[in-house]
Design a protein around this ligand. Structure first.
Ligand code: GLN
Length: 228
């Protein structure tokens, strides 16, 4: 059983939970999703972590009363080998945790660097991360949708083979400062790096949880399982 901590500060957190359930079903590997709202809930029994996308300023504010972010950062420092997935605003929080906390990524990031909300876009991304393939999603999981969220249907949702194209959903996305990147690029939008892996930390500037392609969630679950 893999215990996954999901930061519930703000943003696309329920979509990540749905994606994790689908990925777990594909892998036939049991998971427990631990919804994190308060510092107290962050314990050493978490095997991995997700920092969802949304609005990083709102997340920092939401964290103030219960100190969730500082607890997550301490956890990451104490368990550097345990995998963390940060998407979009989550990538911002990894690259720029705020003084005095040292960054968790060797890459700088600029917020809203593609422009305004109306400049959000979808595009094919080329991924080079070794993501595990998985079986079919059981119908019970596929129809489970407490929040009425519908994953975006994407052209290649076949979980059985692993091609390198991924449908990237960029919503008021940040951009990595390309010349600052000192860790491994794992996702490219043309010539631009839009996903990096730094040790066990995976940061993507797009939103994989909004599509029906759960490769990154399968990666997280299997990495966490392996590092247990
Ligand atoms: N623009 C957001 C921020 O700066 C990130 C966007 C997202 O997570 N989709 O926090």
């Amino acid at each position: 059983m893999v215990r996954i901590g999901l930061a519930m500060l703000q943003g696309a957190r329920h979509e990540h939970a749905e994606a994790l359930r689908a990925a777990s079903s594909q892998l036939h590997l049991g998971i427990e999703i631990v919804e994190l709202r308060r510092a107290l809930e962050v314990d050493e029994h978490l095997d991995c972590l997700i920092l969802p996308g949304g609005e990083s300023t709102a997340m920092r504010k939401a964290s103030q009363s219960e100190s969730l972010l500082s607890a997550l950062y301490s956890w990451m420092e104490q368990h550097p080998q345990r995998p963390v997935l940060g998407t979009c605003a989550g990538a911002i929080l990894l690259a720029n945790p705020g003084e005095p906390q040292a960054p968790f990524l060797r890459a700088e990031i600029s917020r809203n660097a593609w422009g305004r909300q109306r400049d959000s876009f979808e595009a094919e991304v080329e991924i080079s991360l070794d993501t595990p393939s998985g079986g079919r999603i059981s119908p019970k999981v596929a129809t489970r949708d407490r929040f009425n969220h519908k994953p975006l249907p994407v052209s290649d949702t076949s979980p059985l083979h692993n091609n390198s194209a991924f449908h990237g959903v960029f919503i008021r996305a940040p951009r990595f400062e390309q010349s600052s990147i000192e860790c491994t690029p794992v996702a490219m939008l043309g010539e631009e790096i839009v996903g990096v892996l730094d040790g066990s930390r995976l940061a993507l500037t797009f939103h994989p949880e909004l599509t029906g392609d759960y490769r990154f969630h399968r990666w997280l679950i299997l990495q966490a399982n392996a590092s247990q």
